[in-house]
Design a protein around this ligand. Sequence first.
Ligand SMILES: [Zn+2]
Length: 270
Amino acid sequence: MSRHDTGAITAAPGQRVTVPLAPPRGVAVMHPLTGGDELDLSDALGPLTPVAAETALLLAGGAELDGQPADGGALDALVAGDRNRLLLALLCASYGAPGHLIMTCETEGCGAVHEVPFEAAMFLGAVPDVSDGTVETEEGPLGLRLPTGADIAASGGSAARLLALCAGGPVASGAVAQAEVWLATADPCAEIALAAECDACGAAIGGRLDPLELLRAEMGRWGGVLAEFDLLARRYHWSEAELLAMPAHRRRRYVRMVWAEGGATARGAA
Ligand SMILES: [Zn+2]
């Protein structure tokens, strides 16, 4: 049900990333974060709900929707999978696409840790064909629309409330399973499921990729943006204004160079 235009999307660090959106929207563009964006976010994200934190990140990444700068309301009105794909695009633009994800086998007595290859372009291209539709259920036809960020915020974490928002009213229990299958199929990035097989014991390993958590982890990877500023200011004597304006990806290249020339003390402390 979804298109996978993997060849059409390039996501190089330091570059803008263009992502197709569910109809009626066309495309979004995400820009790489600068040090100043990261510093603002490091203070702002803490008290926010997940949906509000996602929107703050997308605003910081200068999200454009169909050629216009987006405001928070427009971003909250995007379907959940589009928001997840834009967060992944922001991650790729700002820091580079992760080449693999770490997954741990939870079978009792195993606990093997795996590096599972990750193809960001595959997810970036998984755009829904439709934003609404009619599903045949045991209770009869049911009209549904894909959940937006605003719906998720309004549901307060209740799956039944979220489904009711998508259906425009309560959904009979006999229709819930088919409705949920339709929603998951129509917008595969609303919840990104990961699956692998454990090399050690053969068990299936499942997990959920949360782009918000991935971004937050990446932003804090080396002790936070201020620790990186501190390292570079000592080595290159750049001003704070210069560091604030520098794209995150380029700053990290300098940080790696400092480490490579023997700044291992700073790395050990991070
Ligand atoms: Zn295992």
